[in-house]
Design a binder for this molecule. Structure first.
Ligand code: HEM
Length: 263
């Protein structure tokens, strides 16, 4: 049958765009709480849900990168991390959409959020744990977690991080990584012989780019929050901007940043 003779888009009739992607279910997940309806609440719900979808994909990519690093491979981890960087650039740009909301329009529904806050995003914390920033205190501080959410967070704390994977890769290439001095010497050797260790160097740079992207998002998020609520406390119970600022300097890979000063 020629292309023209086909009834385009109707072949088979079994799987459709809407059924494959579960569009009806997806578009049924935005349920504003405000009554009377506040115009910007749909934007607020949508942007958070879109973040969570990207977080899900980031976890998928980062976990796969970690697994291949643990197996001593460099190629696929770099490919996965490069995709993550593109997604992370999108996460930054999405902030521009929420900046189109005025604080007055946010106030029209903010009280409906009660104690709900991005602080309770389990996937955000999973990404931090998987990347190597494991702060067990967060699991205790997150009250009202679903049992499945708590299990996921505890599993991320227990399993190897991307950094553990990178150290396994260095070890597989004969580098010592047990002490900070050994790691710095190993990273320095890699950095100074890119002809030989180019694949390792590329993974190190991809990890640094992931770390940098996360730090940039944190800094951008503080400005987003201040633009909306100024010096008010957060709905999650923190002091608001001062709490968010206290997290700006956290890094996933301090050794990779420390290396810079020694080159
Ligand atoms: C109107 C826009 C927003 C405001 C005013 C805001 C405000 C805040 C505040 C004050 C906190 C500190 C915790 C608390 O007391 O609530 C927080 C945490 C957080 N928010 Fe937002 N936020 C906004 C949008 C977003 C968006 C779109 C995301 C995307 C998922 C997000 C993700 C997070 C995350 C992950 C944390 C925890 C950060 C950490 O503990 O390091 N926020 N937010």
């Amino acid at each position: 049958m020629t292309g023209e003779a086909r009834s385009f888009g109707e072949q088979g009739g079994r799987l459709t765009y809407g059924r494959y992607l579960r569009i009806a279910e997806l578009l049924d997940q935005q349920r504003p709480e405000s009554d009377p309806p506040a115009h910007d609440e749909l934007l607020f719900i949508t942007i958070h849900q879109v973040y969570e979808l990207w977080f899900q994909l980031l976890l998928h990519e980062l976990a796969d990168a970690r697994d291949h690093l643990l197996a001593g491979e460099a190629y696929l981890p770099r490919v996965r991390l490069e995709r993550c960087q593109v997604i992370e650039r999108l996460l930054m740009q999405q902030v521009d959409v929420i900046d189109t909301m005025t604080p007055q329009d946010f106030l029209a529904f903010r009280t409906n959020l009660a104690s709900a806050s991005g602080f309770q995003s389990v996937q955000f914390r999973e990404i931090e744990f998987l990347s190597g920033l494991k702060h067990p205190g967060f699991v205790r501080r997150l009250r009202n977690l679903e049992p499945a959410e708590e299990r996921r967070l505890r599993a991320r704390l227990a399993e190897p991080s991307l950094w553990d994977g990178f150290l396994a890769l260095l070890t597989a290439h004969g580098f010592a990584v047990d002490t900070p001095d050994e790691r710095l010497a190993s990273l320095s050797a890699v950095a100074h012989d890119r002809e030989r260790y180019g694949a390792l160097w590329d993974v190190a740079e991809a990890l640094l780019a992931h770390d940098q992207a996360w730090a940039l998002w944190r800094a951008r998020h503080v400005l987003m929050a201040e633009r909306q609520i100024g010096t008010k406390p957060g709905t999650g119970g923190s002091a608001g901007a001062p709490y968010l600022r206290s997290r700006i300097d956290f890094r996933f890979y301090p050794d990779l940043w420390a290396l810079r000063a020694t080159l």
